[in-house]
Ligand binder design. Structure first.
Ligand code: NAG
Ligand code: NAG
Ligand code: NAG
Ligand code: NAG
Length: 172
């Protein structure tokens, strides 16, 4: 009897395990805005670290930023975190900027407060639509995998607002 029961127990465990994995595969979508204050302006959130040619953008240039993440395009909308990372001009033809950014949800962002998403990829330097990879996460966002879409929404002479859509699964 015991021997007969064991295989069915194993099967049951396997089935419940697969059901849990399938449930976690659902795609999560986050939508928010990134507010950047240009280098040189008061309270700038981006600095130029390497500028190889003072008179023009050049291959090898590096910028570091710590931009605000807000619920909306309005700078007074709810603060949900920060986008901390760097951009490197890693294309000789100027067609893209390589970025590595941690999205740190440190503000008021419900269940994701205290969690992070880590991203990497190519940004269109003209502000056009860009798709980059979500390569991981921490806290409630552990094992995140997916992609993010972004584009320039609006800008002034000292600020830029980008809209972000993150799509990921938490499969593990
Ligand atoms: C810069 O930040 C300080 C401190 O938060 C604030 O009082 C000031 O109004 C800000 N200046 C601008 C131009 O945003
Ligand atoms: C720096 O940029 C200017 C303007 O594009 C260009 O004329 C000059 O040749 C560049 N200098 C170097 C060292 O590449
Ligand atoms: C990146 O470097 C290339 C080659 O020097 C240059 O043509 C392009 O303008 C630079 N782009 C940016 C955004 O720095
Ligand atoms: C940026 O725009 C503001 C008004 O929108 C203006 O007062 C300021 O002089 C401009 N700054 C530069 C560097 O063009």
């Amino acid at each position: 009897m015991a021997a007969a029961r064991c295989p069915s127990l194993v099967l049951m465990l396997l089935l419940s395990c697969c059901a849990a994995a399938a449930a976690d595969e659902k795609l999560t979508h986050l939508h928010f805005y990134f507010h950047e204050v240009e280098a040189g302006a008061p309270n700038a959130t981006i600095v130029s670290v390497v500028s190889l040619n003072k008179s023009a953008p050049a291959f090898g240039d590096v910028e570091v930023f710590d931009n605000e993440l807000r619920e909306g395009p309005d700078p007074a909308s709810r603060l949900i975190g920060r986008a901390q990372g760097f951009g490197v001009n890693a294309s000789l033809d100027g067609s893209s900027i390589f970025t590595a950014i941690d999205f740190v949800f440190s503000g008021d962002y419900g269940e994701y407060t205290g969690s992070t998403l880590t991203t990497q990829g190519q940004l269109d330097p003209t502000g056009g639509p860009s798709e980059r990879s979500i390569v991981g996460g921490t806290g409630k966002l552990r094992f995140a995998r997916g992609y993010m879409k972004s584009r320039l929404q609006s800008s002034t002479n000292t600020t830029s607002v980008f809209v972000f859509d993150m799509y990921f699964t938490l499969a593990h």
